[in-house]
Structures are given as structure tokens and as C-alpha cells.
Design a protein around this ligand. Structure first.
Ligand code: ATP
Length: 214
């Protein structure tokens, strides 16, 4: 069974993470998806919620969805959360299993800036999910990568443990955690952007500079 890996800061988790991940899981069935919150995001500023709060929100978001679970290995590790290290540790735990790293188009666009990014494909497949407002930029590195590894038939994701790139179309949801934090900071209603239990945690804990308001 394919193991999909959805890494991120999840500050907070929202439907733009959850719905595309569910659609990937269905498209690649049989599959399950591990959500992997990062400890110290290597490519961005410190998150607004603590790691424990981000973890709690993520756990509240996936509870009850078969095949979805939270993997806390990046939080339990010292130092920056390099995805290449995470994939290496997952590969060790699951030798021979097909691992698929899920990336929104924005994350894929930034891939050549990632630590040891060229090693990622020896550890996992990449599944790129369309994110509204983003296209794959013209970049020699990405063009070469796609030219070499892109597949047109998703069956290869089941047949091989790593090394392919698959572009998966998903429902376009123009939701970002940045926008949610801005809304929360100005006391706006967050309903229907993210699961209700997550909204309640934001409200109860007064995250992002406001009560999260209902
Ligand atoms: P922020 O706004 O704080 O940067 P974010 O909403 O982009 O956060 P992240 O936790 O940084 O969320 O994203 C984790 C992963 O989920 C990345 O691969 C990203 O591309 C993907 N992702 C996030 N939001 C969406 C969305 N609306 N549609 C598709 N993919 C998404």
C-alpha cells in the first residue's frame, strides 16, 4: 500500500491541506497519508502556534478519517526539519514500500531550494497537487527533473518504491494558513476554511492574536 507523506507547518491545518490529500489518497488507492508537522521550518519564520498546538490541531483534523494519521517524527528530532532526513527515516522504517511525497505547486516550485533536494527522488516519488494561484515556474532544474522523472501512468507509483513524479489534479481550494492567521488576528470568522474542531482550538487558546471569533 502506498504511503503518502504530507509535510508542512500546519499553522493551522486547513481544508486546502485536507481535501487535496484525501483526493490523492483516493486516486492512488490503496494508500494512506501521514501528515508530518515540521519542528523548525527550515524555509520560513517561526510559526504562530507552538509545535504542541500545531500537533493538537492536526490530530483533531484527521481523527475519524480512515487512512489519515499524524506522524510526529520531525517534532521528536533535534534541529531543522529537512524533508530528506524525514524520507530517509521513513524509508528505513518501510523498506521497499512505495513512498509518495505530496507537494502543492508552490512547494514544488521551491524544491530546488531544499536541502539535498536532488536526493529526494531516490527516497520517494513526488506527487504534485495543483494549488490555485501557482504554476510550475520555468526553471531549468525543474524542467530537467520533470523531463527525467515525470510519469503519465500512475501505476508506476505502485510498482516502484521511489523515483517518479506524478501531477495530480485536485479540487482547487484557495486557502492558506497565512490568510487564516490574518483573519484570526483581525477577529474575523474562520468557519468553513478549516475543520470546526481546529477552529475551536484556535478560539479556546486565543491563537494568532485573537479569539478566532465565531
Ligand atoms: P502558510 O500560508 O503559513 O505558508 P500553507 O497554507 O501554505 O501555510 P503549509 O503547511 O506551508 O501550508 O503547506 C504544507 C503543504 O500543503 C505544502 O506542500 C503546500 O503546497 C500544501 N498546500 C497548502 N495549502 C494548499 C492548498 N490550498 N492547495 C493545495 N496544496 C496546499
Amino acid at each position: 500500500m502506498i504511503l503518502g507523506i504530507c509535510g508542512g507547518t500546519f499553522d493551522p491545518v486547513h481544508y486546502g491541506h485536507l481535501r487535496p490529500a484525501l483526493e490523492v489518497m483516493d486516486a492512488l488507492a490503496p494508500a494512506e497519508i501521514a501528515f508530518v508537522p515540521n519542528a523548525q521550518p527550515p524555509h520560513r519564520d517561526a510559526p504562530g502556534a507552538s509545535p504542541a498546538q500545531r500537533l493538537r490541531m492536526l490530530e483533531a483534523a484527521v481523527v475519524g478519517q480512515p487512512g489519515f494519521y499524524v506522524d510526529r517524527r520531525e517534532l521528536d528530532r533535534e534541529g531543522p526539519s529537512w524533508m530528506v532526513d524525514t524520507l530517509a527515516s521513513l524509508r528505513e522504517a518501510h523498506p521497499g514500500r512505495s513512498l509518495c511525497l505530496l507537494l502543492g505547486t508552490d512547494a514544488f516550485a521551491g524544491l530546488p531550494g531544499w536541502h539535498r533536494w536532488r536526493d529526494l527522488l531516490s527516497l520517494a516519488h513526488l506527487v504534485v497537487m495543483q494549488r490555485p494561484g501557482w504554476t510550475i515556474p520555468e526553471s531549468r532544474d525543474l524542467e530537467r527533473l520533470l523531463g527525467r522523472y515525470r510519469i503519465r501512468d500512475a501505476r508506476a507509483l505502485h510498482d516502484k518504491p521511489a523515483g517518479c513524479i506524478w501531477l495530480q489534479s485536485v479540487t482547487a481550494l484557495d486557502i492558506s494558513a497565512t490568510r487564516i492567521r490574518t483573519l484570526a488576528a483581525t477577529g474575523r470568522n474562520l468557519r468553513y476554511l478549516l475543520p470546526e474542531p481546529v477552529r475551536e482550538i484556535i478560539e479556546q487558546e486565543g491563537l494568532y492574536g485573537d479569539s478566532g471569533s465565531a
